[in-house]
Design a protein around this ligand. Sequence first.
Ligand code: ATP
Length: 294
Amino acid sequence: MEVSKRYGGALAVDALDLDVRRGEIYAFLGKNGAGKTTTIRMLLGLIRPTGGHVEVLGKRVGPGTTDVFARVGYLVETATAYPNLTVRENLDIQRRLMGAPRAAVAEAIELMRLGENADRRAGVLSLGYKQRLALARALLHRPELLILDEPANGLDPAGIVEIRELLRSLTSERGVTVFMSSHILAEVAHLADRIGIVDKGRLLEEIDRAELRARERGHVRVGVSDPERAAGILADAGFAHVELADGHLRVFDAEERVSEIARVIVGAGIALTELAPAHEDLESYFLRVTGGVE
Ligand code: ATP
């Protein structure tokens, strides 16, 4: 899909093109105002794109699209529930609205580990439990896809960890696909299978889990004229972990051997264009690419 949304003169979403794979957790990461909510609203058919279109579960979303949303669960605003009704009663109302079977309530309570709080009034729940209730509601009709706008908003670190574990078990046990937004990298770095970084309505970069781990781990970044040959030569010289990554090499566990890397490469007649220890905290990386800090 490629999609844009213009508000007056301002492009809130600018030719955004991304694909979420079935069964994965995809985190849509960007600062406030990056265009996340606008994108999610277009996905849900709540607002119309001014350019392009979106597809959800293989169906193009347009005016009047309804059937596909029977297979989608979503959470878009701060959770609201009837405060004077219990968790179970709140879920039962929603269940009836959705025409889901009676058993769906117990199932959602179980899934979101709400058992001990099922008969408490929603109004007295902690924020973390309110968020679980909202997720339980989104799951009542057993959706294949969950679209969540900042599901960890307002939660304390323990609540964030809980939501993370619940989402992970939903994908592994139920095969649910999750598309979620966040403005905090740490929230999604250990959860998402892939992260799309969005800024000013544009997708800057997509990073998968392996790539994230590599960036977290210290390594020496090596730019050379012939990366493939250089990788072989470094391996022969006893560098056990060498990776080829978009045109340059990453040599792991080699921070103490930088001059040796240079000697081996130059000795083989390969031009060395860059040689730098790289170890960047992911949060500062994210802030750097989105222009958050110097
Ligand atoms: P946040 O985390 O703060 O919700 P976001 O990434 O979800 O940020 P959006 O809410 O999608 O960002 O906003 C993207 C841009 O579009 C912002 O500059 C915002 O001011 C603008 N915008 C959003 N909704 C409207 C609207 N209804 N009318 C005009 N401009 C809007």
